[in-house]
Design a protein. Structure first.
Length: 319
């Protein structure tokens, strides 16, 4: 009888109360109140926070009845929920950045929606607060949908960013770049858009970074048009400009690939005909040299070595 009673309790009461009632969903805002009913007169029954996993029990046109991990049931507006498929897509996007180096760092200069794709109508992953720290990985120009009042085509600049445990696309106008203090004087009068450490050098027991910097001057169609390499001068305790190159049609990401103790960096470029290629450079002590080019943007191959030079024919000795 005792066993039968326990089984009946499990089947009739415990299991129905603890079974999964619906599909998962995730909270979008920083925090939002749960209410007991979607009617006009309602009582707050709890609060859920951004990223919290909920179970959707039922939906109406604008509302969803949910259950939290703490077994609290309530109602929440659908606009405050992120569906499971979009959430998983956002997690995959975050994972894809794990092994990539950021091109720059900065912060949000206002409250901004983080989206799955670089488009104003793309799925929203979350909302980032003002002054939220972020890392920039890519930039893309996207045509904005036009209206009768705006017949001309307008392109928005979007940035692929990571902010703590979130990754996605935000409008570039909401990104303020935070140039490293050591490079601040070199950013004056330029539009510094990326910086990465090529290597570090030892200066009296202190490791000092040496930088590759990218600037965008004039054209907005490309990610950068100009690069500079800054190496450290211990004697004067300052950076010196070791290399400069301009008139580039460059695109992120810039990659640093050390090999055999030598730091190399690769630029993704396009020629005048729109053909994609990589230009590979090496930093040999304080000297930057062009190693060569590689077709396409995805290859990790090094440029082929230069053709050996044949010795000139020996001249006949004059008698």
């Amino acid at each position: 009888m005792l066993i039968a009673g326990g089984a009946a309790y499990y089947l009739l009461f415990y299991k129905p109360a603890h079974k999964s009632l619906g599909e998962p969903a995730y909270v979008l805002p920083e925090s939002v109140e749960l209410v007991d009913t979607p009617a006009e007169v309602r009582i707050v029954v709890g609060t859920v926070r951004r990223g919290e996993r909920l179970e959707v029990i039922q939906r109406t046109r604008n509302w969803a009845e949910i259950r939290t991990a703490q077994r609290v049931r309530g109602w929440i507006e659908l606009k405050n929920l992120l569906d499971s498929a979009t959430y998983q897509a956002g997690e995959r996007l975050l994972d894809s950045l794990a092994d990539l180096s950021p091109q720059a760092e900065g912060h949000t200069n206002g409250v901004v929606n983080l989206r799955l794709e670089p488009a104003r109508d793309a799925a929203q992953l979350t909302q980032l607060p003002a002054n939220d720290k972020l890392q920039v990985f890519a930039r893309r120009l996207v045509e904005r949908p036009t209206t009768n009042d705006e017949p001309a085509k307008i392109r928005d600049a979007w940035y692929l960013i990571r902010a703590e445990s979130h990754a996605g696309w935000i409008l570039g106008k909401f990104v303020a770049l935070d140039v490293p203090e050591a490079l601040a004087r070199y950013a004056q009068g330029t539009n510094m858009v990326a910086w990465t450490v090529i290597k570090t050098v030892n200066d009296d027991g202190k490791q000092v970074p040496e930088y590759l910097v990218a600037d965008r001057m004039g054209s907005q169609d490309v990610d950068f048009t100009h690069i500079r390499v800054f190496t450290w001068w211990p004697k004067h305790q300052e950076y010196v400009t070791a290399y400069v190159e301009s008139s580039l049609n460059g695109y992120f990401p810039i990659r640093v690939t050390p090999q055999g103790g030598t730091p190399y960096f690769r630029l993704r470029l396009k020629d005048d005909d729109g053909q994609e290629f990589q230009k590979v450079y090496g930093l040999f002590d304080t000297l930057t040299r062009v190693v060569g080019t590689v077709p396409g943007w995805e290859s990790d191959a090094m440029p082929p070595p230069p053709e050996p030079r044949h010795p000139a024919s020996l001249r006949r000795r004059r008698r």
